[in-house]
Ligand binder design. Structure first.
Ligand code: A5P
Length: 221
């Protein structure tokens, strides 16, 4: 079984479902689209223009956050998962909308391969931070001074522009001793919109381990 198939088992008729961004989430949205074509009635809230386009192509009805108070479930990928099920996300550039949609969901389900499991966040060396364009020089200087030198993300030889019309800085990091402290320090920089740290948000992580799916639940939920 795949992690996308396992996530699909959690979807019930009538659910409002957050549609993540990235390869794992795309696999799930494709599988969900097939079920919708067979008659499943759900509505989706996309986390990016890319996931909105894919859902529309598959015939998944979309709604916005002003049409629903809470989502039943949000399904998305991640770049790193630590033992507390805290995450780093955003290598796909959709971190801000992904965090908003995850925060609006009763349950946040994360789909990853086993290579994303790390002993401490930061193990893979990159933390994405989204900043408003006007603040780019200030944010770059402050992040450098904090010991996490940023590289503005590029796409097709130009600065990458997020769905929110912002820039994304890929900050070079070491394994993070205190992710909550780091999150607060980065958010205190004027012009920072958000970081790829998703702390205390994931309820369940589905890990693809060969042909098997490992299920990890956050403690104390
Ligand atoms: C998108 O902005 C990201 O947060 C993705 O969810 C994350 O990068 C995982 O993507 P993959 O499933 O493609 O590895």
């Amino acid at each position: 079984m795949t992690i996308a198939e396992r996530a699909l088992e959690m979807i019930q008729d009538g659910f409002v479902v957050g549609l993540g961004t990235g390869r794992a989430a795309t696999e799930f949205v494709n599988a969900l689209g097939k079920r919708v074509q067979q008659g499943l009635r759900i509505r989706g809230v996309p986390t990016s223009q890319r996931s909105a386009d894919l859902a529309t192509q598959l015939g998944i009805p979309l709604i916005t956050l002003d049409q629903v108070e809470q989502l039943d479930l949000d399904v998305d990928g991640a770049d790193e998962v630590d033992p507390n099920l805290d995450l780093i996300k955003g290598l796909g550039g959709a971190l801000i909308r992904e965090k908003i949609v995850a925060a609006a969901a009763k349950r946040f389900i994360v789909l990853v391969g086993s290579e994303k499991i790390v002993p401490a966040l930061g193990a893979h060396g990159v933390l994405p931070v989204e900043v408003v364009p006007f603040a780019l020089p200030l944010c770059m200087r402050r992040l450098t001074a904090m010991g996490m030198p940023p590289t503005p993300r590029q796409k097709d030889g130009k600065l990458f522009i997020s769905d929110n019309a912002n820039y994304v800085l890929d900050c070079k990091i070491q394994p993070i001793a205190d992710p909550r402290k780091l999150e607060a320090e980065i958010l205190a920089i004027p012009g920072v919109v958000g970081t790829g740290l998703f702390l205390g948000m994931a309820h369940t992580v589905l890990i693809q381990d060969g042909d098997n799916v490992q299920v990890k639940e956050r403690k104390g939920q």
